[in-house]
Ligand binder design. Structure first.
Ligand code: COA
Length: 154
C-alpha cells in the first residue's frame, strides 16, 4: 500500500482511523490531531484510509507520538511499513534516534516495534493511569538509512 504524507487537512480522516484503534477517551480527536500536525517538526504518514503514524522530530531526536491501523487491515504489514518509512524519513533528516512509549500490555505494538529494531530502555510507571505502565523504547539510526539496528545511537 502506498504511503502518503498527511497534514492538518487530513485530521478528520486520521481521527476516524484513531477511533478504530483506541478506546473512547484514549482516541485523539480531529482538533487535537490538526493542532499537532501544525507544529514544526511534527508529521504524519498515512496508508490510504487504513492506518497512520504521527511522529515528531527535534534536531537529532525523533519520537513516535501515535500509530494506528484499522483492525480490519491488521497483520498485513501496514504498521511495519508506516514505522519503517517514518524511521527512514527522520534518519534522512538527521535524527540519530527515535523514541516511543507503549503500554507494557500492548503485545502487538511491542512486537512490531521490536521487529523494527526498537529496544526497551526503561519503564514509566503509571504513565497511562495508576497501575498502567509504559515501556520506553528507542531505535538508533544514522542519517540516510533505516537498517542500522545497533544500539549506541552515536
Ligand atoms: C500495533 C498495530 C499498529 C500493528 O499494525 P499492523 O498493521 O497489524 O502490524 P503489521 O501487520 O505491520 O505487523 C508487523 C509485526 O508486528 C508484530 N505484530 C503485529 N500485530 C501483532 C499481534 N497482534 N500480536 C503479536 N505481534 C504482532 C508482528 O511481529 C508482525 O509481523 P508478522 O505479521 O510478520 O508476524 C495495530 O495492532 C494497532 O493499530 N493497534 C492498536 C493501536 C496501537 O496499539 N498503537 C500503538 C500504540 S504505541
Amino acid at each position: 500500500m502506498k504511503l502518503v504524507a498527511a497534514g492538518p487537512e487530513d485530521a478528520t480522516l486520521l481521527a476516524a482511523i484513531h477511533a478504530t484503534s483506541f478506546p473512547p477517551g484514549a482516541a485523539w480527536d480531529a482538533e487535537t490531531l490538526a493542532t499537532l500536525l501544525s507544529l514544526d517538526g511534527t508529521f504524519a504518514l498515512r496508508a490510504g484510509e487504513k492506518g497512520f503514524v504521527l511522529a515528531r522530530q527535534t534536531l537529532d531526536e525523533a519520537e513516535i507520538l501515535t500509530l494506528a491501523v484499522d483492525p480490519a487491515a491488521r497483520r498485513g504489514g501496514i504498521g511495519a511499513a508506516l514505522v519503517s518509512t517514518a524511521l527512514a524519513a527522520v534518519g534522512a533528516a538527521g535524527a540519530k534516534a527515535m523514541f516511543l512509549e507503549v503500554a507494557e500490555a500492548n503485545e502487538a505494538a511491542i512486537g512490531l516495534y521490536a521487529a523494527a529494531g526498537f529496544t526497551r530502555i526503561g519503564v514509566r510507571r503509571d504513565y497511562y493511569a495508576p497501575g498502567s505502565h509504559a515501556l520506553a523504547m528507542r531505535r538508533c539510526l544514522s542519517a540516510g538509512e533505516n537498517s542500522n539496528q545497533s544500539n549506541d545511537c552515536k
